[in-house]
Design a protein around this ligand. Structure first.
Ligand SMILES: Cc1cc2nc3c(=O)[nH]c(=O)nc-3n(C[C@H](O)[C@H](O)[C@H](O)COP(=O)(O)O)c2cc1C
Length: 243
């Protein structure tokens, strides 16, 4: 049996180990914390983005992958809108469970959004993380040449380097496996698809294009972001720029 088939077999409900939730372990936190001395960057209200009158069917029809971007910057309002459409928080319930603009199996929401910013007005180029619960960003101090290194880690896909911004979705599997044990890895991959599809459609609405990226060297992208590859790993990326 190949690895893929083995994975499907071993993650059938009847073959799953007992989940941490069943064993009585507490739920992992909804989002990674950030150091108290970190400087958070305010983002404009995502509803401030002036959207052209849009017909949803047209938007869906027009969506296509774009890899050649215009040499134009995104506004902070546009970036704010894209972050909201992909991981925006609508509410946190008492349990607590977070409800976002995208669905997630059992509302586990196992992603953190990192951004490679190349051309966004008001932001220095570099690596950022989205603090979705506050709808803010912070800058991550990282070695220079992050754009070059990330493009290289994505098997030399130059559209990463040429993008206005590249979204990097990082999985924190414990949030998902807490309820679903090993089957949670299936759901993390399914959830990632919803997030990227929202990005494709939202980008279309603001005259941008997107290219989903799953062809990457896992170890190299994780190393670029200082992730251990086990407790946190890059699951999916998407470059984005103006048409
Ligand atoms: C899961 C997934 C992974 C992808 N990975 C890459 C990639 O690494 N590089 C790339 O250039 N395109 C990638 N694409 C884009 C596809 O090649 C593209 O969606 C496909 O050619 C269909 O074109 P369309 O999106 O314009 O309909 C990926 C798309 C998906 C859905």
């Amino acid at each position: 049996m190949g690895i893929g088939q083995d994975f499907m077999e071993r993650t059938k409900y009847q073959n799953l180990p007992e989940s941490p939730q069943r064993k009585g372990f507490p739920q992992p936190s909804l989002e990674l914390s950030c150091a108290s001395n970190v400087e958070l960057i305010d983002l404009p209200d995502p509803k401030e983005v002036a959207l052209p009158k849009l017909d949803l069917a047209d938007l869906i029809e027009r969506r296509k992958t774009l890899r050649n971007y215009a040499d134009k910057s995104l506004s902070l309002e546009e970036l704010s809108f894209l972050l909201w459409t992909t991981q925006g928080v609508k509410m946190v319930t008492d349990r607590p469970v977070v409800k976002r603009t995208v669905p997630s199996a059992g509302s586990r929401h196992a992603f953190e959004t990192y951004l490679l910013v190349n051309k966004v007005k008001g932001l220095d180029p570099g690596l950022y993380r989205y603090v979705s619960l506050q709808h803010k960003l912070f800058s991550i101090k990282i070695k220079a040449d992050i754009a070059k290194r990330l493009a290289a880690a994505c098997l030399n896909q130059s559209h990463v380097y040429n993008s206005a911004v590249t979204f990097i979705w990082v999985a924190v599997p414990a949030r998902m496996t807490w309820r679903y044990s090993e089957r949670g890895y299936r759901y993390i991959h399914l959830d990632a698809g919803h997030v990227c599809q929202n990005l494709y459609l939202a980008a279309e609405a603001i005259k941008c294009g997107v290219c989903a990226i799953a062809a990457f060297d896992d170890d190299a992208v994780n190393k670029t972001l200082n992730l251990d590859g086990e407790k946190m790993f890059v699951i999916y990326l998407a470059s984005l720029g103006k048409r």
